[in-house]
Design a protein around this ligand. Structure first.
Ligand code: NAD
Length: 481
């Protein structure tokens, strides 16, 4: 990737475009702080052009059979697979994650496109005979232009979760990547385009929340906003959408609890906890963020966690053997460190491991993987979402106490119970206030079933057949006799 005339551009109406205003944004490698590329910063006018292009091609795109639209997603998936090594390296460099995780994310993107291709025959209306009235028909129509606004932590996957179902159902899309991770999204859009997506069907604009994100979400021709990001910004997007009466879905932050009972294989569980917390440097919405452990096994589990966490190799994502990259940005690092400082100032609990910056030659935003024991429930480490490599571990007497404390968070994205006891599993499945419950696992988000949060973690669903309804409008017809 080069500066000058050869930088990445936005995709508007099938053309690679610079901004009308001529402003640019630098994309920086978070491990080395090297400049990777520059991208244009969309103005209000650029956003309007992208939305108008999407609106212009909506009638022709929505008229195509859904099986045909699905086939196109399938072709794009195959082409993406051909570019897997390059895409994974690009994602690792701009986001910071280890290459193996970047590769997994691109494979996840491909899997989502293939899944929506596989269900492309299931878009159907229904018919009902209504005695004494006539015939009832229920149809599901695409909405029009959908805005897809996504974060930087898993940019390829969140793009797939939105763009694939929106396109399959006959909508057209304007995608706005996060300002710090636009490059992989632009490459993936170019592959979709080369696979035969008609001009204007998918447009990608670059830039931050203001003006780009806000102008996009508030554009009068946008019918639906699909937003993934922080709860704070999600509230703002929702209130703007509410005033304009736009359909909106919000996939927001999380502070997922896990409850560890005494009957599990502790060695195996410790390894799985470490990967569920420190995957992507702890920067996943469904990372395991609060650990509640039965008191009779807590000390042993702490030892096993220490061992496993100490073995994580920190470094640049592209280096072989690296298990954890940097925090994504200086702002994020400062935020996480302020959460740690507040906890230290409170003086409750104990630092088991980490808590500072690691020794490294690299100038990037690195933080040691950190284990904290028994902070108070009032601590910011438990009340707020901690989007980084810190694991707070709390001791509990029994499942009732664990569930009460697990549910005391404002968030309700995921939660897990680790036990072989079916009665405890039932109790936890019923008791957790969360959109997803895992049993003896955490973090996995298979595309085949719906995924979404409750409480401050969002509104609406991603994935599964359920997401298709998020991009459709139900129309009913009553035919008189
Ligand atoms: P963020 O809220 O800062 O930004 C998300 C996106 O919104 C970015 O593209 C940003 O430019 C845009 N944006 C900012 N202000 C806007 C505005 N006023 N109007 C419209 N768009 C605006 O979030 P982030 O820091 O990029 O991502 C991290 C957050 O995302 C975490 O809280 C994480 O839990 C959450 N997340 C949730 C899920 C999920 O499925 N629930 C998945 C991934 C990430």
């Amino acid at each position: 990737m080069l500066l000058g005339s050869d930088h990445m551009r936005m995709l508007i109406n099938g053309e690679w475009t610079d901004s009308d205003g001529g402003e640019i944004r630098e994309v920086i490698d978070p491990a080395t702080l090297e400049l990777l590329d520059i991208v244009p910063e969309a103005t209000r006018e650029d956003v309007s052009k992208a939305v108008e292009a999407a609106a212009d091609c909506f009638p022709s795109w929505s008229a195509i059979a859904s099986r045909e639209r699905g086939r196109l997603l399938y072709h794009a998936a195959q082409r993406t697979r051909e570019s897997l090594p390059d895409l994974a390296a690009l994602l690792s460099r701009e986001q910071g994650k280890p290459l193996i995780e970047a590769k997994g994310e691109i494979l996840g993107y491909i899997n989502v496109l293939e899944y929506f291709h596989s269900v492309s025959g299931s878009l159907q209306g229904s018919y009902l005979e209504i005695p004494g009235v006539g015939d009832g028909l229920v149809t599901h129509d695409p909405l029009g232009v959908c805005a897809a606004i996504i974060p930087w932590n898993v940019p390829a996957l969140t793009m797939a979760w939105k763009v694939a179902p929106a396109l399959l159902t006959g909508n057209t899309v304007v995608l706005k990547p996060a300002p710090t991770t636009p490059l992989t999204n632009l490459k993936l859009a170019s592959i979709l385009h080369d696979a035969g997506l008609p001009k204007g069907t998918l447009n990608v604009i670059c830039g931050d929340g203001v003006p780009a994100g806000e102008c996009l979400a508030m554009h009068p021709l946008v019918e639906k906003i699909s937003f993934t990001g922080s709860t704070e910004v999600g509230r703002r997007v929702a209130s703007n959408a509410g005033r304009a009466l736009k359909k909106v879905s919000l996939e927001l932050g999380g502070s997922d609890p896990a409850i560890i009972c005494s009957d599990v294989d502790l060695e195996k569980t410790a390894k799985e906890i470490v990967s569920a917390r420190f995957y992507n440097c702890g920067q996943a919405c469904t990372s395991l963020k609060r650990l509640y452990v039965m008191e009779d096994v807590a000390d042993h589990l702490e030892e096993l966690l220490k061992e496993s966490i100490s073995a994580i190799k920190i470094g640049r994502g592209l280096e072989p053997g690296v298990g954890m990259g940097p925090v994504h940005s200086a702002i994020q690092l400062e935020h996480i460190e302020s959460q740690l400082r507040s906890w230290k100032d409170e003086g409750e609990g104990r630092l088991v491991l980490g808590g500072g910056r690691p020794q490294t030659e690299l100038p990037g935003h690195f933080l040691q993987p950190t284990l904290v024991r028994d902070p108070s429930e009032r601590s910011r480490l438990l009340r707020e979402e901690v989007f980084g490599p810190i694991l707070p571990m709390m001791t509990v007497r029994d499942l009732d106490e664990a569930l009460e404390r697990a549910n005391s968070s404002p968030y309700g994205l995921g939660a897990s119970i680790w036990t072989r006891d079916i009665h405890r599993i039932r109790k936890a499945v019923n008791g957790f206030q969360s959109g997803r419950v895992w049993v003896n696992m955490h973090l996995r988000v298979p595309v085949e079933i719906p995924f979404g949060g409750c409480k401050a973690s969002g509104i609406g669903q991603e994935n599964g057949l359920a997401v298709l309804q998020e991009y459709l409008r139900t129309k009913t017809v009553v035919l008189g006799q």
